[in-house]
Design a protein around this ligand. Structure first.
Ligand SMILES: Nc1ncnc2c1ncn2[C@@H]1O[C@H](COP(=O)(O)OP(=O)(O)OP(=O)(O)O)[C@@H](O)[C@H]1O
Length: 318
């Protein structure tokens, strides 16, 4: 049974602007007729350009915002009507701000959370020991949160969001501002939590490496509408972003001529060619090998960035 269910959900805001002495009011539809379900244990990447409606969706899923239309059920309840009840079953991390107590040492924040969520002491101890080890928090427990670096604080925030064994976790930009090693460790940790605890994860991020590392499913939203829902492989296949062929020749030559492909860069004996995803690579390779002194070659799939950029870019109408 689905753990998250949205049916035709909308959320509008009234925005007032002033020009001279005139005040005008207009309606912004942050989320507009959104429907989807999420099954227990799924890791869903929820992505979209700035202002697409991601945070508004997450706020409705936690019950902070009430939809102006449609219905939502999270863990079997309406979030806005059962906010406190639901709080025990979900965890939330907002990368841009902390939910920890600024002046308290990390361990005291964790102790407050144990009381707030009424977590049995033995379970709390067990979870804390696991997260301290996996997130390398041992040396940080006595440090006041305000003295932690961004990466250290984020690890603390993630532990805090998981200590009460939530079934669902919403992560909003959890890797923002972290260095590559911290990002990789955090992704590993989240994958482990998902695998071992079957925690459902909804991940909002602008870092597509997070999505590639963690998400079995990606949902893309733009202007409040869902524009894609499927696997990364489907997403790649759904768009016609070109593939790249990198060819190493025995000698430097002017751009080679290969029907169906276009040379985009010449770098000494190395030439880069692009060709549509609909074209098969093998005949191109045969053509090059037959006509040029080929030494080595590789085919690069379109990056997920290029696929998504193409998806966000409206096609010009003629
Ligand atoms: N409280 C509010 N009052 C008025 N408009 C709002 C409010 N909250 C969001 N909006 C508008 O709703 C739209 C969607 O905003 P939202 O914050 O959900 O986008 P987002 O996808 O999370 O963007 P970002 O990636 O920049 O965080 C935007 O046009 C935003 O200006």
């Amino acid at each position: 049974m689905a753990v998250i269910e949205l049916s035709n959900v909308s959320r509008a805001f009234t925005v007032t602007s002033r020009t001279g002495f005139r005040r005008t009011r207009r309606e912004v539809r942050a989320v507009d007729g959104l429907s989807f379900t999420v099954e227990p244990g799924e890791v869903v990447g929820y992505i979209g350009p700035n202002g697409a409606g991601k945070s508004t969706t997450i706020k409705m899923l936690t019950g902070i915002l009430v939809p102006t239309g449609g219905s939502i059920r999270v863990a079997g309840v309406d979030p806005s009507r059962n906010r406190l009840k639901l709080a025990k079953r979900i965890g939330v991390v907002f990368g841009q701000r902390t939910t920890l107590w600024w002046d308290l040492p990390l361990k005291d924040s964790f102790a407050v959370l144990q009381k707030m969520y009424d977590v049995p002491r033995a379970r709390h101890r067990e979870n804390l020991a696991t997260f301290v080890e996996l997130l390398d928090l041992g040396d940080l427990l006595d440090v006041p949160v305000r003295q932690l670096s961004l990466g250290q604080r984020m690890r603390g925030d993630i532990a805090a969001a998981l200590l009460h064994d939530p079934e669902i976790v919403y992560l909003d930009e959890p890797t923002i501002g972290l260095d590559v090693i911290s990002k990789a460790r955090l992704r590993e940790f989240l994958a482990q939590v998902n695998a071992e605890r079957r925690t459902t994860i909804i991940l909002t991020t602008h870092d597509l490496d997070d999505i590639e590392a963690l998400c079995s499913r990606v949902m893309i939203i733009d202007h409040g509408h869902q524009i894609f829902d499927g696997t990364l492989a489907h997403l790649r296949a759904s768009q016609s972003a070109p593939r790249t062929l990198v060819v190493d020749l025995a000698t430097s030559l002017p751009p080679i001529e290969v029907p169906g492909a276009t040379v985009t860069k010449v770098n000494g004996p190395r030439q880069h060619l692009t060709f549509p995803t609909t074209t098969k690579a093998a005949p191109l390779l045969a053509e090059i090998a037959a006509n040029y002194p080929l030494v080595d070659l590789s085919v690069a799939e379109p990056t997920i960035e290029s696929v998504i950029t193409q998806l966000y870019t409206p096609t010009p109408t003629s």
